[in-house]
Design a protein around this ligand. Structure first.
Ligand code: ADP
Ligand code: MG
Length: 373
């Protein structure tokens, strides 16, 4: 079988801004989900994952929607992609799909989007070669939000499909998701080479999955929508700090404060990378993002705060939680020479607090979804 890979992502900055029509700045990881795939012509979808060994699935192409509720949760992501191709009128006449992922599940590194995007690029090449990258993002997004039933913004899928090696991807989500298709300048590849500046990006997967807190994510989205309604704007993207005092509800005001300041931080971070300034100065923006996520948006967790504080104490230029929150991973910007010291400090603090050992690794801006040759 031929194989395709789609990467996980880490967002340098811009958390909980995508569904507020704002700005994000992700990079793709070298860790990805691999999908081996072939057409079988027998009208069945046969699906398995090395990470779900006891749960292979076999469904007739014509019964995808009817069987949705009876298949294991993990299978709804890839089957959702197949469902989108069927809905799009593409010739899906039977498939064998074998998944093997290296993106940790539920770590805030977007294994779910990597899974959907790997299947999406495989099916493009097998059944629908004329689809554009924007079509692919739309399909992977629809699979996760529709068939899998997990609400996400467009950040994860866009990063997995569109990121390129050696770049951060600046997305203006409103312009990117414009009804007539992405507007010019909506997506910009900004060169970013931490290693060349003597820096490393360290990811610490706390091992506290965010999976159980899906309700918290949905609640934050609802609060952002309520704040936008109260301010009579289409999305919090349209709000500036002078509008914030008009929000009488203190919780909604805090949520909106995060989104407004976070959007400004993404724009500042993108400007900084474009200007060729020392990327160490990104650190202050990362740390400010974390403080805002912790105190204004209230989506951090003790293990995340512990990892951030330990990284900063050991000399990181900046650190923050990444992903939806309530668990998952922390990103730290460190001098390469300090990588071991920062790692050791986080591990020591986790041990002292009685947490399991975190998984800590360095990441570099990697390539987006593609066929493996
Ligand atoms: P994240 O995207 O941050 O990793 P999510 O909760 O959004 O966390 O997605 C994790 C879910 O995606 C898993 O619980 C599982 O259902 C599915 N998933 C991701 N990767 C795989 C894989 N390799 N095999 C099977 N299911 C996977
Ligand atoms: Mg996910």
């Amino acid at each position: 079988m031929d194989r395709w890979i789609a990467p996980g992502r880490v967002n340098l900055i811009g958390e909980h801004t995508d569904y507020n029509a704002g700005f994000v700045l992700p990079i793709a990881l070298s860790l990805g989900v691999v999908c081996a795939a072939e057409r079988t012509g027998d009208g069945l979808v046969r699906l398995r994952s090395a990470q779900r060994p006891g749960e292979p699935v076999e469904v007739a192409v014509g019964e995808l929607a009817a069987r949705r509720a009876t298949v294991p949760r993990w299978a709804r992501y890839p089957l959702g992609v197949v469902h989108e191709f069927v809905r799009g009128g593409h010739p899906v006449d039977g498939l064998r799909l074998a998944i093997d992922g290296a993106v940790p599940l539920g770590a805030g590194l977007s294994s779910s989007a990597a899974l959907c995007c790997a299947v999406t690029v495989a099916l493009r090449d097998l059944c629908a070669p004329t689809l554009t990258p924007d079509d692919l993002v739309g399909i992977a997004w629809a699979a996760e939000n529709g068939f899998a039933g997990v609400p996400t913004g467009v950040l994860d899928q866009s990063a997995s499909i569109r990121c390129t090696a050696g770049h951060a991807l600046f997305l203006d989500v409103r312009a990117y998701t414009a009804p007539g298709g992405p507007e010019p300048g909506a997506a910009e590849q900004i060169p970013f080479d931490p290693a060349a500046a003597g820096l490393a990006l360290l990811v610490a997967d706390t091992g506290h999955p965010h999976d159980l807190a899906d309700g918290g994510y949905a609640e934050r989205r609802a609060q952002c929508e309520a704040a936008a309604r109260a301010l009579d704007v289409a999305a919090l993207r349209d709000v500036t700090d002078t509008d914030l005092p008009r929000l009488a509800d203190p919780v909604l005001r805090r949520r909106a404060t995060h989104v407004v300041t976070e959007n400004a931080r993404v724009v500042a971070a993108a400007d900084l990378l474009r200007s060729g300034a020392d990327p160490r100065t990104l650190g202050a923006l990362l740390s400010a993002s974390h403080r805002s996520l912790r105190t204004e948006f209230e989506v951090s967790a003790p293990a995340l705060d512990l990892a951030v504080d330990a990284a900063l104490d050991a000399g990181a230029h900046g650190a923050r939680m990444v992903g939806g929150g309530f668990g998952g991973s922390v990103l730290a910007l460190v001098d390469r020479a300090d990588t071991a010291a920062v790692t050791a400090r986080i591990e020591r603090r986790f041990a002292a607090a009685g947490h399991a050992r975190p998984r800590i690794f360095t990441v570099e801006p990697a390539a987006g979804a593609r066929r493996l040759r």
